[in-house]
Design a protein around this ligand. Structure first.
Ligand code: ZN
Ligand code: ZN
Length: 141
């Protein structure tokens, strides 16, 4: 379901004792360490405001994300300190984590309107190399 997860687990075990300054998913140095827990908190707040019928009933977005965060919390040791909560657990760059959220939102059956709102709220694709292009397809902002 979440393609980045397995790679992240494998890579983490090889340098468990070092501090990770780079993203477990894309291996780039993390320049703006905002941890996945802080982003997830914002995300939970955001989906709370979206009417339930905008999503596929068979897909439990909150549960899927919670499961991901639980699994991911095992990899958090010795990571970069988050600029927001100050916990040393930033091992995914905000771009990679929001890409996971974007995929998850899509899987949950969200339509173009919700997905463009998502990209507007959680856009960490500063280089416009990834999901930002989808925003252009949705008609942009
Ligand atoms: Zn990354
Ligand atoms: Zn944080």
């Amino acid at each position: 379901m979440i393609s980045n997860q397995n790679n992240a687990t494998k890579r983490a075990s090889s340098f468990e004792k070092e501090t990770h300054y780079s993203c477990l998913s894309c291996s780039e140095i993390i320049h703006n360490p905002l941890c996945h827990e802080c982003i997830a908190k914002e995300y939970f707040e955001w989906i709370k405001r979206i009417p339930k019928n905008e999503f596929d009933k068979s897909f439990n977005l909150r549960r899927s994300l919670k499961l991901f965060l639980e699994k991911h919390s095992m990899l958090e040791k010795n990571s970069l300190r988050c600029v927001s909560c100050n916990e040393p657990r930033t091992n995914l760059c905000p771009y990679c984590f929001t890409e996971i959220l974007h995929k998850m939102t899509k899987e949950a059956g969200a339509g173009v309107k919700i997905l463009s709102e998502f990209l507007f709220m959680f856009n960490f694709d500063f280089d416009h190399k990834g999901y930002f292009h989808e925003l252009e397809c949705y008609g942009g902002y």
